[in-house]
Design a binder for this molecule. Structure first.
Ligand code: ZN
Length: 429
């Protein structure tokens, strides 16, 4: 468990990474994405992989690389009403290059706003259909006078590559735990940057000591990035025993877990248990084939045990995919709470297991083995002796420690401590 000081400094460190990444114009390819991954790479030894444009990946093709210099929309009176130097959401992401003068009615099909949120700029993309557009606050759009507008979109769309970042922290076994965060959203703080920052902080911590599992971190553009990774690693996916997509982890809402497609995978039971034990308000939702990269990891051909950890889910907070998903929406304390939850999830994954009682005929004599605290004088957690009895009775090869914790109502950490002591006395295998 983190002290308050550690928690504050972890929250601030994640927040400062988010602040640094926020202004960069990211996309599913291009220099903004690359720069983002390089900055993450300053904190963890991330390997950058380039997948050339035109590469077939399952039913998809890696698109041409998109880069933005600047895009502006100038009104007849000379007023610049959209400018990516002011906010990169002003341009529809992946807009094709365009230089033209046109009337307001010709321009209209290319303008996007949110009438119900008149001060916010919406986030729009057109990755796979060539298009262009500007996104404006509705208040600005409504004020536009008739006349000739100058469109100046200085972008390039040309053969290049898609970049993703990967880090494997080796453990005692090749069995892997996967953490995956999308890295393609431009200036949006909670949806994208919070997940990146929490994943980076978690990777830093996991790299400090060797664990039972190997831990793989993937930072990739949404959809096409995880499709690229899966296409290039088909022979390795069977090593993934548990996985989580990390997203929207910085808003002040409570935690939400979205189950894997399997629904009853160990990761599902672990995260649900950790949230239940935390006593904090939380929500658990079933898998739906909509959302983030769990759509690819949980596609039926892979059906990996990958769930999603979020705070307020995508689409469920008003600022989602707008300019209001900004630095004010993300709170250091929420980031720290998300990180701490993941730490506990990792601890449970590491300690959980299915063991077999080696003396199942009647209870073994525990006092003789120094396992009762009144004889051994050990500092043991409350409920520890009860935990010994529960563990001995249910380690029949059918129940893992998580089941025993759930069934007994004894905290997982106490059950795990009891199991560890029993293993040391060779009463469990
Ligand atoms: Zn999004």
């Amino acid at each position: 468990m983190m002290s308050e000081t550690d928690s504050n400094s972890a929250g601030e460190a994640m927040m400062s990474l988010i602040r640094r990444l926020y202004p960069i114009c990211r996309s599913i390819t291009g220099d903004g994405l690359r720069q983002t991954l390089r900055i993450v790479g300053e904190q963890i030894p991330l390997q950058l992989i380039e997948v050339p444009s035109g590469t077939p990946v399952f039913d998809w093709t890696v698109p041409p690389e998109w880069n933005l210099k600047r895009a502006t929309l100038t009104a007849p009176d000379g007023r610049v009403v959209a400018d990516t130097d002011i906010h990169n959401l002003h341009l529809m992401n992946y807009s094709v290059p365009m230089r033209a003068t046109m009337t307001l009615s010709e321009l209209r099909p290319h303008l996007f706003s949110m009438p119900d949120k008149p001060d916010w700029i919406p986030y729009r993309t057109s990755y796979y259909a060539p298009n262009w557009g500007f996104c404006l606050a509705h208040r600005v759009l409504e004020s536009l006078p008739e006349g000739d507008y100058r469109v100046d979109i200085d972008t390039t769309l040309s053969p290049g590559s898609l970049t993703y970042g990967e880090l494997l922290i080796p453990g005692e076994t090749d069995d892997e735990v996967l953490f995956s965060a999308h890295a393609c959203h431009p200036s949006l703080a909670n949806d994208n940057l919070a997940g990146i920052a929490v994943a980076t902080a978690l990777a830093q911590e996991l790299a400090r000591e060797r664990r039972r599992y190997s831990y793989r971190f993937i930072f990739a553009p949404g959809t096409i990035g995880s499709i690229c990774w899966l296409a290039r690693n088909q022979d390795r996916v069977s090593r993934i025993k548990h996985g989580l997509v990390l997203s929207c982890l910085g808003d002040s809402g409570s935690l939400t877990y979205k189950r894997s497609r399997r629904g009853d995978a160990e990761i599902d039971r672990v995260v649900e248990h950790v949230l239940r034990e935390s006593v904090a308000a939380h929500q658990v939702n079933d898998f739906v084939p909509y959302g983030y990269d769990e759509r690819q990891y949980c596609s039926p051909g892979f059906n990996l045990p990958v769930g999603v950890l979020m705070r307020t889910p995508n689409g469920k907070y008003p600022e989602y995919h707008t300019s209001a998903d900004n630095l004010d929406l993300v709170k250091p304390a929420a980031l720290a709470d998300s990180l701490n939850t993941l730490r506990i999830v990792v601890d449970v994954i590491e300690q959980n297991g299915t063991f077999v009682n080696q003396l199942p005929h009647c209870e073994p004599q525990l006092g003789r083995r120094g396992l009762y605290s009144n004889t051994g004088g050990n500092a043991t957690p409350p409920g520890y002796e009860m935990a010994l009895l529960w563990v001995l009775n249910y380690t029949d090869g059918q129940h893992d420690l998580l089941d025993i914790s759930k069934r007994s109502g004894i905290p997982f950490a106490t059950i795990a401590t009891a199991a560890k002591m029993l293993r040391e006395k060779s009463l469990l295998k």
